[in-house]
Design a binder for this molecule. Sequence first.
Ligand SMILES: Nc1nc2c(ncn2[C@@H]2O[C@H](COP(=O)(O)OP(=O)(O)O)[C@@H](O)[C@H]2O)c(=O)[nH]1
Ligand SMILES: [Mg+2]
Length: 388
Amino acid sequence: MQIKRFEAASTQEALSKIRSELGPDAVVLSTRKLRGGRSPLLEVTAAVDAGPVAGAGKARPGKAQAAPPPPREEGEAAAGDLRRDLGEIKTLLAESALRSFPYGEFLEMREMLDTFFDTMGFQRKEKFPGALQKIYHHLVSIGVSRPKAFLLVSTLNRNLPPGKLQDETALGRTAEKLLSMSIGLSYRGAERKRICALVGPTGAGKTTTLAKIAARATLEEKKRVGLITTDTYRIAAAEQLKTYARIMQVPIEVASDKTAFRVALAKLSDRDLVLVDTPGKNSAEPGYIDRLRDLLQLDAPVETSLLLPLTSSQDNLAENVARFRPVGYQSIIFTKLDESRHFGRIYNVIDQERKPVSWVTSGQNVPQDIERIDPGRLANMIMTSTLQ
Ligand SMILES: Nc1nc2c(ncn2[C@@H]2O[C@H](COP(=O)(O)OP(=O)(O)O)[C@@H](O)[C@H]2O)c(=O)[nH]1
Ligand SMILES: [Mg+2]
């Protein structure tokens, strides 16, 4: 790996210096503001994978002597490069974190990487027809991460005959199909169980969603439903669910510990569907996740769904996914789609976690604002960025 340090007055200037000296495969390792002098100066360290550092304006190092790859494989090569770049970036970020990198600088560096990715992505995208670029920008605008959007678009570019890449409508449909296939990978092996527990951060919509699912199952599927709330931390929490239970005329049990939970399950053994609400307590509190995992470890199979509000930032979604992973959830329910159009974040999460999305909710009305969702519908929502 070749590492080189650059000084520039702006991000753009730094990027153009890096590109002309190290070529388009260079990655930014660090960036910091230099103090002193009349105008602000940026110090950027960048690296390229192999080969000698070439002079300004010269061809790309290492790859200069190599024969140019055949055009059909260019997208694949670029995608491979990007995957490698990202892997390397992740390692570098982890290393930086270990060396207790100052947080401000860390954020600045991430911002820089985004700008860098945009510029690099754009350079490579220039080879893409306009219709494909439009799809890339749409995906990014609704929250699909840049690398994932790039991979989707480059897959289309690689696999479609050039004629098909000009027709925007047909291309949009194909993109939707590809997205649906990609999402479908996460749905393999998904099955519904008799006992369903909802977990997730406070205010995600667990109690409201549980009431919606209960009402749907009772009214539409004519199932005999039973409810259990393990949320005994706040008196109002149990009351909230009891009110719904009374309206729907379904039995409800309150369980404050595992023994009481087992008793409650036994009482509801004649029910076709048992829905379990979990505490709306600060999930970051020590011991919370362990207690939840222990509670839901039963002899009977349980489908645990993680609720994630789409109003959360991508970082916050990732944080909650990581926090609740030890509970061992099988599916995800995205809530509050009426309050955010960042449907692309759904794709990022399930592509990363490889878990199916069982429901999405889009409002406070019980039982209306909930929808069972499949890969095709999700892909359509992402491509049209509407709930319809
Ligand atoms: N806009 C919107 N609000 C929702 C949705 N689902 C739940 N809420 C609201 O979010 C708040 C917290 O919901 P709640 O079910 O008590 O969350 P819990 O703490 O996870 O049980 C309440 O005001 C709900 O009405 C949704 O899909 N869209
Ligand atoms: Mg609740």
